[in-house]
Ligand binder design. Structure first.
Ligand code: ATP
Length: 442
């Protein structure tokens, strides 16, 4: 981070929200109709950033390992799954209403149980009641009880109910994992803080099945591995911490849970939870479905129910953390330069191709350079405005490299590469452009 004009935390949040709207990262959903209850749409730049966050996760959790396979399970699901998992009964938050202003709050998030933070009313709260966070709907044309379906509130159950399918088809054996990225839905009582807490969001979850006696060792392994993932992608260690849950926070089946937390502008908040879940999930689904969900170990001629280690992260929330950590302002020649110092793997565009002028003679070569890069890298092409302003725009998008085609390029078949963080410029022959850029972008 630079030493000048480091925004204080409240303005940092405002600045990132403004930048998101202005540059096309995140838009409030249904804005032309006045917006819709803390839902958001990911714009042309945001969709790339979010995709890159998910790709970085998939790369490290699936592609780079031979003990994890992927899955994409259905979002619509029958009540039986949520009966077995315990969500129908337990996936609730304590809800209180203010009798005076009618606003609703999560009782466990109130600092003072006697004063309403909405209207300041004293002792105006109703008794707390358990509010189930699952979205309920009906599958098919009849809205009967038999047609009830739920939008999944987490991706995890898809992995448990497909345990046997995956075991048989992939020929993996414990320790092995099933990974999934996808949308989840929770009817949160108090969504907010931009995309930190929304009712529709994306998760990246791994269920890692292990022999029971190896559970602790794998739990520690995944805590360390997941913490390092955020560091490797550029979150400074000063803004990241591992927080083991206290005994009274643990779910009854968990023998250990730790959260990876990020220092958000309002304080520490969870990015990911890593839980040692024992055999709870497979046993529940085996009991409720009547199917065997276990593993027969031929080496020891014994059957056991694997234990599960679950690193469960939020993609949209994590994207926001990357944005906040990357946001920087510095003074350059008397002007404030805003720059997103995103890791190149996360940057929405890797390269922007910029013809120095819109004049016809530069366009064919600029288009050729673009065509050379596009099969390998996500590129932007920008031909309008003064070159300085175009650089600033790319800085705000976090684009690691700008490639400028100027009039000399027509003579020497070379282009200028400008690097985002240092703003240094080097001249490189077009023939060497890819070999220059590619190693710097992994
Ligand atoms: P919280 O305590 O913040 O409600 P949680 O502990 O219920 O979260 P998990 O069920 O462990 O969350 O889900 C795993 C991850 O999914 C969280 O660490 C978070 O990154 C993400 N997540 C959960 N709920 C939301 C939400 N409403 N909006 C955005 N991301 C979410």
């Amino acid at each position: 981070m630079s030493d000048v004009s480091v925004p204080n935390d409240v303005t940092l949040m405002e600045k990132v929200v403004n930048l998101s709207k202005r540059r096309g990262f995140v838009f409030p959903s249904a804005e032309i109709y006045g917006g819709f209850r803390s839902t958001y749409d990911y714009g042309p730049i945001g969709v790339q950033l979010l995709r890159n966050v998910k790709d970085a996760w998939w790369r490290s959790m699936v592609q780079m390992r031979d003990d994890v396979v992927g899955l994409d399970a259905a979002i619509l699901s029958p009540p039986a799954i949520w009966e077995a998992s315990g969500h129908l009964k337990n996936f609730t938050d304590p809800l209180v209403d203010c009798r005076q202003c009618r606003e609703r709050f999560r009782e466990d998030q109130l600092e003072d149980l006697t004063t309403c933070p909405g209207c300041g009313g004293k002792n105006t709260f109703t008794e707390a009641r358990n509010f189930n966070l699952m979205f309920k709907t009906h599958a098919g044309p009849v809205e009967s009880d038999a047609a009830v379906a739920y939008l999944r509130p987490e991706t995890a159950q898809g992995m448990f109910i497909n345990f046997s399918n995956v075991l048989q088809s992939s020929r993996k054996k414990p320790p092995f994992g099933i990974a999934q990225i996808g949308k989840s839905f929770r009817n949160e009582i108090t969504p907010g803080n931009f995309v930190f807490r929304t009712r529709e969001f994306e998760q990246m979850e791994l269920e890692f099945f292990v022999p029971p006696e190896e559970a602790l060792q794998w739990y520690e392994y995944w805590c360390a591995t997941r913490y390092q993932w955020y560091i490797d992608l550029g979150i400074p260690a000063s803004k990241l911490r591992m927080r083991p849950h206290d005994a009274d926070e643990l779910s009854h089946y968990s023998s250990g849970t730790s959260d990876v937390e990020f220092l958000f502008p309002w304080g520490w908040g969870e990015l990911e939870g890593i839980a040692n879940r024992g055999d709870y999930d497979l046993t529940q689904h085996a009991t409720h479905s009547g199917e065997k969900l276990d593993y027969f170990d031929q080496a020891t001629n014994s059957r056991y129910v694997p234990h599960v280690i679950e690193p469960a992260a939020g993609a949209t929330r994590t994207m926001m953390a990357f944005l906040l950590a990357a946001y920087d302002e510095e003074e350059v020649r008397g002007e404030t330069r805003t720059v997103l110092r995103l890791h190149p793997r996360l940057a929405p565009y890797k390269v922007a191709v910029l013809p120095l002028s819109k004049k016809d003679d530069l366009m064919p070569m600029a288009r050729e350079v673009l065509a050379l890069l596009q099969p390998h890298l996500m590129c932007d092409f920008d031909e309008t405005q003064a070159i300085g302003r175009r650089y600033r725009r790319q800085d705000e998008l976090g684009t690691p490299f700008c490639v400028t085609v100027d009039f000399d390029s027509l003579e020497d078949q070379s282009v200028t590469i400008r690097e985002r963080d240092s703003m240094e410029q080097v001249r490189v022959p077009v023939a060497e452009l890819l070999s220059h850029l590619l190693p710097r972008l992994v």
